[in-house]
Design a protein around this ligand. Sequence first.
Ligand code: CA
Length: 232
Amino acid sequence: MNKLQILVVEDDVPIRNLISATLRAHEYRFTTAGTGEGAVMEAASHNPDVVLLDLGLPDIDGVEVIRRIRSWSNVPIIVISARSEDTDKIDALDAGADDYLTKPFSVEELLARLRATQRRLALMYGGDDQQAVYVNGPLRIDYPSGCAFLDGEELHLTPIEYKLLCLLARNTGKVLTHKFITQSVWGSSWENDVASLRVFMATLRKKLEKTPDTPRFIQTHIGIGYRMLRTE
Ligand code: CA
C-alpha cells in the first residue's frame, strides 16, 4: 500500500506544526484543518486514509466531528486529547474513534500509531474481516466451529470468554471501551458492570496469555477498555 493520506485536525498551531513536520519527514501525504467544521469538509473532499483528530476544537466538539464523519465514512480516526479530557476520550471511542494519543505524546508514539493503523487497513482491505478463520501469530479462531487454538492446542473457553475473544479479534488494533464490550457481549443492562468484565477478562487471559502480567494479545487501557494487538 502507498503511504497514507492523513488529515490532521488541530487548532493548536505549535502542535499542528510538530505533527506536520513529523509527517513530512516520514513522507506521509497530509492536509490540515484547525476547526471541526473544516475537518468535516476536508474529510468529505479529500477522502483521507486516516484522521488525526484533536478533541478540543474552537467550534464544534471533536466527538461531534467523529459522529458526522462516521455518518458516511469508516476512515480510521485517531483521537488526540489532553489527559484531563479522559471522559471525552471514552465518548470519542464510543462514537467510533479507533485509537487515541494522550498529550503530550512523542513523535515515536505518533508514528507507531500510524503504522498500527496502516496494518489494520491492510488487513481490512485484505478481506480478513470476512474470513472464517482468524490467525494472529500462534492464536487461531475457527469461527464456524466456534473453537480457538493457541499453538495448535484447543483453548477450553467458556461461552462468554469465547465471545469476548471473538469481539476483540474482529476489532484487532482498535481500542474497545468497557461500555462497547459489555453492551456487545451482555447487552445494555450490563453496561456499567466493569467489575464483571474485568473478572471474565482475567480468566480469558489466564488461558490465552503465557505470561498474563505482560500480555501479548490483549492490552489493557486503564479506565478505558481493551485492545487486541496484532503479533508479528
Ligand atoms: Ca485543541
